[in-house]
Write a protein that binds this ligand. Structure first.
Ligand SMILES: [Zn+2]
Length: 567
């Protein structure tokens, strides 16, 4: 097949992978491209670029197009879903339509006949098409309607559970026959997944239960639930996560797996007793979501090439530091994606596995059954790895094993909870690593934070407000007079002035200059000074560059970096 040949030619697919995909196709039928994407051989994003190229059509990104729902409705919802087609734009007698499969002539013909228009074909991933249709036309009830229906039923929810089928886990199929509470929970979760939320909080208050979702690092009020429904909502979640429904005085943790548009979503559920009932937090993990590349994350080109240079070393330890939620694992995934190939054996130990990657053997840490980082690492070293990712270095044993692995020819990536990159060295020494082992094993230490990205549609240039001006004059005189951008707010960004997040980074390459200080167990301030003398760009300076480019605001930068850490 031509497409497969093209993928092989461009080095995205190898013969062995194609042979397996064709074998599966012979057995089960289906589209070869979907099979190689499902097998994880080819990234979906890349696959659609190749499809567009091959079918000589344009690849469109539906999320950025602002499609008019009235245009989309020119193709009836059911037909759109069946054909995986979305009408985007009308131009006199021409209708621009995105197809998941632009080579499906029957689908194109059907749309042309149905609308009596000339169809201009372009390509978009099935997921994007379905996400749009689901958001605008899904026939199911909204969250508010589900609450109304549940209230109208006026039943004792705590007793009605036996009659309900709790095995229905496909959150898209929560239709009208199911109990309103099941629907409500499904809607809340699917709304959160669709808006890219990382967590959902179900918070019992004295008179209501509040549901909030964390999107781009900020909690947003989603909906309020009547107190009378609180226990049935919590019960439903506990059942999903296989928790003990009767236990409400002790904290509990569980997991659940849900289907959302053919994607598997993993949920980590935590229930904690509080004064007004159990507080439940659901962490959403979407292992099939697209892994960002360094550019998406806002990494400057010189930082990226330095990081890739470090990761190209045959052995040694590369550490990323930062608090929880600073985007460390996103950076590590992007790095693994860059370096994993058919010639390298890559293993990870993770807690949790946030993304699934092809060509990488990923192991979920499970401390309850004794599969700790250190035990996992010891076993993994017998699996002939080249590159190892240790999700987090928490204890002495893991730290020691990791250093030993680096000294015996392995490349190790890990994360540490320290404020900045300089802090990693005293921390490792505190954990019991002999200082003389570090110069030979440590390649580099990075640190990062996430800041909100200014909305490109409404941000505006401002004079520096005085508190910042004084600070910059003292600590970054080269920026003291430059203009900066500030948040304004428009419809596109929900009046917040920000859309999405980007990283600010620093990267400390360990060289001879550090050796004496490490052997003398100098404190982090001293290490930091050496790094700066070695021309390391600090996170603060990296952030200032991004402020001066209008990508984020000074406010966000100062929120992310504690100013007493600026040297
Ligand atoms: Zn805006």
């Amino acid at each position: 097949m031509e497409l497969a040949a093209q993928l092989i030619q461009q080095g995205h697919l190898c013969e062995a992978q194609l042979t397996l995909a064709e074998r599966i196709q012979k057995q089960k039928g289906g589209n070869l491209l979907d099979i190689v994407v499902d097998l994880g051989f080819v990234d979906a994003k890349l696959a659609y670029d190749v499809v567009a190229q091959q079918s000589q059509t344009t690849r469109v990104h539906i999320a950025t197009l602002r499609v008019d729902p009235r245009v989309a409705a020119l193709i009836p919802y059911e037909t759109s879903m069946r054909l995986k087609a979305l009408a985007l734009e009308v131009n006199q007698t021409t209708l621009k339509v995105a197809f998941a499969n632009p080579l499906d002539l029957l689908a194109i013909d059907t749309v042309a006949q149905l609308t009596d228009m000339v169809v201009e074909v372009c390509v978009a991933p099935e997921k994007e098409i379905i996400a749009y249709l689901d958001e605008h036309f899904s026939s199911g009830h909204g969250v508010e309607e589900s609450i109304d229906r549940a209230m109208a039923e006026n039943v004792d929810h705590s007793k009605s559970w036996n009659s309900v089928d709790h095995t229905a886990l496909d959150i898209q199929q929560a239709d009208e026959v199911e109990a309103p509470v099941i629907q409500l929970v499904s809607k809340v979760i699917s709304n959160a997944v669709r808006s890219g939320a990382s967590d959902i909080h179900f918070e019992p208050d004295e008179r209501v239960m509040r549901i909030r979702a964390r999107v781009d690092g900020t909690l947003r009020q989603d909906v309020l639930i009547p107190k009378a429904m609180q226990s049935s909502v919590i019960t439903r979640i506990k059942i999903l996560a296989d928790l003990d429904v009767a236990e409400n005085r002790l904290p509990q943790d569980g997991r659940a797996t849900l289907k959302y548009h053919h994607r598997t979503i993993n949920l980590r559920v935590s229930a904690l007793p509080t004064a007004f009932g159990e507080n439940v937090v659901i962490r959403i993990l979407d292992p099939e979501s697209h892994i960002q590349d360094f550019k998406d994350m806002g990494m400057l080109e010189d930082t990226e090439s330095e990081l890739l240079h470090m990761a190209a070393q045959p052995n040694g330890v590369l550490i990323l530091t930062g608090p929880t939620g600073s985007g460390k694992s996103t950076t590590l995934y992007a790095l693994l994606k860059q370096i994993s190939n058919l010639e390298t054996s890559v293993f990870t130990l993770e807690d949790p596995i946030e993304h699934r990657m092809s060509l990488v053997r990923q192991t979920q840490i499970n401390e309850e059954i004794g599969l700790t980082f250190s035990r996992g690492l010891r076993s993994l070293l017998r699996q002939d790895p080249d590159v190892i990712l240790v999700g987090e270095t928490r204890d002495q044993e893991t730290a020691q094993l990791m250093i030993r692995a680096a000294l015996t020819g392995h490349l190790v990536f890990t994360t540490l909870h320290t404020n900045d990159s300089a802090g990693a060295i005293p921390r490792l020494i505190d954990m019991g690593i002999e200082p003389f082992l570090l110069p030979a094993s440590l390649i580099g230490v990075g640190a990062q934070r996430l800041v909100k990205k200014l909305c490109p549609q409404c941000s505006k240039i401002v004079e520096q407000p005085s508190p910042y001006r004084g600070f910059l004059a003292r600590h970054a005189p080269e920026h003291a007079d430059s203009p900066f951008w500030a948040a304004e707010g428009c419809e596109g960004c929900g009046m917040s002035g920000y859309r999405g997040r980007l990283g600010i980074f620093e990267l400390m390459a360990i060289n001879d200059a550090f050796h004496t200080a490490i052997l003398r167990k100098e404190p982090s301030q001293m290490i930091q000074k050496i790094a700066v003398d070695n021309k390391m760009r600090t996170m603060f300076e990296d952030g200032l560059i991004k402020c001066s480019h209008g990508r984020t605001s000074l406010e966000e930068l100062f929120k992310a970096i504690k100013t007493n850490d600026v040297h």
